[in-house]
Design a protein. Structure first.
Length: 212
């Protein structure tokens, strides 16, 4: 078992124990870098017919993984190379970037929850075997809190509920409108993007408190 996995298990167990004793909710937070989700057709267009995504490393959310495959995102003003593809494949291709990335690309990406891509701008994706032009699918991911159904029930929270999170430290801040995402395939972890992580000078995998 890797050190990071051990640390995560300890954090989750500690969080639940603290809640049972004090009623306060502390959750681990992770920074989510720019990445791309691909549908089957686009995997083949970018990497070749019959290509299967290969696991680079497993992620904290059940069944999710970073892939060996990388692409280049091209916008009207610039491009971002070596952007990691995340698996497994999805029904529709989606590109998730930070606000600073949108400035470099020249794409006015809206803040959306994952999967909510209707009416969003597109971009060009370039892979080793080809390229595709997306008509939509580029978003800045809304900050969110993953919880399993059991964790949601324990804490008295519900899927889709907005909560507030407090980050401690020299650059302490309260994050508003953090959306709870619960159900199959979710486990306790807050996801913020790299801009937000840099704003609080985040190091490692700290804990944030869910405010009442």
């Amino acid at each position: 078992m890797e050190k990071s996995e051990v640390q995560r298990k300890v954090q989750l167990a500690t969080s639940e124990e603290v809640f049972r004793k004090t009623g306060r909710i502390f959750v681990p937070v992770a920074s989510s870098a720019r990445h791309v989700h691909l549908c089957r057709a686009d995997v083949e267009r970018l990497f070749g017919p019959g290509h299967q995504l290969t696991v680079f490393r497993m992620l904290s959310q059940p069944g999710q993984y970073a892939c060996t495959e990388q692409v280049t995102i091209v916008g009207p003003k610039g491009q971002l190379a070596k952007v990691r593809v995340l698996g497994p494949e999805r029904s529709a291709t989606q590109v998730e970037i930070a606000m600073t990335d949108s400035f470099k690309l020249g794409i006015k990406a809206p803040v959306r929850m994952s999967g909510k891509t209707a009416g969003t701008p597109g971009c060009r994706l370039v892979g080793p075997a080809g390229e595709i032009e997306l008509s939509e699918g580029v978003i800045i991911a809304a900050r969110h809190l993953h919880l399993s159904e059991a964790q949601c029930a324990l804490f008295g929270l519900r899927d889709g509920q907005p909560v507030r999170l407090r980050a401690e430290g020299e650059r302490a801040v309260v994050f508003e409108n953090v959306i709870v995402r619960s159900g199959k395939g979710h486990d306790m972890e807050v996801h913020i993007d790299t801009d937000e992580a840099n704003a609080i000078a985040m190091r490692g995998t700290p804990m944030m408190e869910v405010l009442p």
